[in-house]
Unconditional design. Structure first.
Length: 283
């Protein structure tokens, strides 16, 4: 998407895969540096995403790493797609360092799968609900509340893009519906919004009933981002930071959990009925 460009996120994705391919064949950074006639430090910066990776150098390195031609074409094309602008630049001052990569990656993703056991994820929040979650939060400066909320609203535009809408799957614990964020009026509007979003073809919303008891995701909230030209990434937040899961075996584990949750959760139709029941209680 042209309006979701983020060169730093593209560099990060390319760097993750360059590292993976190099380590898979047991090559050292110094060996890779000789292939493209540069310093080991430059290769290290390419792998960390600090430096822009040139498509020709990406191709040469991947050939050295004995990657398949499809992967060579895919990653060199991705490296060449990095633009100059960062779409969320107007909000740079309110995005903490640990969240910046995620915001960029989310803008590039084709699908986002989320397990939300505590509050509604940002992509589903109304403006009033988002402010209720943000206001007084120790991780957000008081003078940044409104701008933090405005960024969330802008992130949601991906759901409505006519050409490349983000496909969103959210597995939501039932208790989230009953957590009174901002009062009855705000919750009523928020629940109406959930019913509306759940009717979109690119949004899958499923409730995990509390009566279900134990299930595979009780380790905490997480997100899996899938991309058209890069490998999937797992993401989980901590109190003052986040973990980006790059190992594909671990990412596959999160994806399996999403599939398992889909099997035990309410269907989208049953989910909508349950939300409407909560709406009736709030009326």
């Amino acid at each position: 998407m042209a309006d979701r460009e983020d060169p730093s996120a593209v560099r990060w994705l390319v760097g993750v895969e360059l590292t993976r391919f190099r380590e898979r064949v047991g090559k050292k950074i110094t060996e890779a540096a000789k292939v493209i006639n540069c310093s080991a430090g430059k290769v290290g910066h390419m792998e960390s995403g600090r430096n822009q990776q040139q498509p020709a150098e990406v191709r040469d390195l991947l050939r050295f790493y004995r990657a398949d031609q499809a992967d060579i074409d895919r990653l060199s094309s991705l490296a060449g797609s990095a633009g100059q602008q960062t779409w969320w630049a107007p909000w740079t001052d309110v995005v903490p360092d640990w969240l910046r990569t995620f915001v960029g990656l989310e803008g590039l993703a084709s699908r986002s799968s989320i397990y939300a056991p505590l509050v509604l994820p940002a992509l589903l929040q109304t403006e009033a609900y988002a402010l209720g979650v943000t206001a007084g939060n120790l991780r957000v400066r008081p003078d940044h509340d409104e701008r933090t909320v405005s960024l969330r609203m802008e992130r949601q535009r991906r759901l409505f893009d006519e050409e490349h809408p983000l496909r969103l799957a959210v597995m939501l614990e039932e208790v989230v519906l009953d957590r009174p964020i901002g009062g009855a009026g705000i919750m009523r509007a928020q629940l109406e919004r959930l019913v509306e979003l759940g009717q979109r073809d690119n949004v899958e919303l499923r409730i995990l009933p509390t009566a279900l008891g134990a299930h595979d995701a009780l380790v905490g909230p997480f997100t899996v981002l899938d991309f058209a030209e890069a490998q999937s990434i797992g993401y989980a937040e901590m109190v003052n930071g986040a973990v980006y899961v790059q190992d594909q075996a671990q990412v596959a584990g999160y994806t399996r959990i999403v599939h398992r949750l889909r099997e035990v959760a309410l269907s989208p139709e049953q989910t909508a009925d349950l939300i409407r029941t909560r709406l009736t209680a709030l009326t």
